[in-house]
Write a protein that binds this ligand. Structure first.
Ligand SMILES: [Zn+2]
Length: 93
């Protein structure tokens, strides 16, 4: 597997979609994310749905995994290295 070029057919999530996926990856609920961003739960659901569609994922877990590879093209400055380590650690716990 090469990570040098963006996966074909995958559009990078926007910064906000990226931030939503990051929180979903930490098992936060849509309600938690809505409260943090100061937006409605419906808006969070839309951000998540858009991100899933762009990543060709049909579940939160698949989206988080697909996002790991697409993230360098998100336009977000979140550093996913440490976050992914935390997600992995929490999945194993
Ligand atoms: Zn991202």
């Amino acid at each position: 597997m090469t990570r040098r070029s963006p996966p074909t057919r995958v559009l990078p999530p926007t910064k906000r979609e990226c931030a939503t996926l990051e929180r979903i990856g930490r098992d936060l609920t849509h309600k938690d994310i809505a409260a943090e961003f100061g937006i409605s739960i419906n808006t969070v659901a839309n951000l998540a749905a858009n991100a899933y569609r762009k990543l060709g994922a049909h579940s939160a877990a698949a989206a988080v995994l697909a996002h790991r590879d697409a993230h360098p093209w998100c336009g977000s400055r979140i550093d996913f290295g440490p976050i992914l380590e935390r997600i992995k650690a929490s999945r194993m716990a």
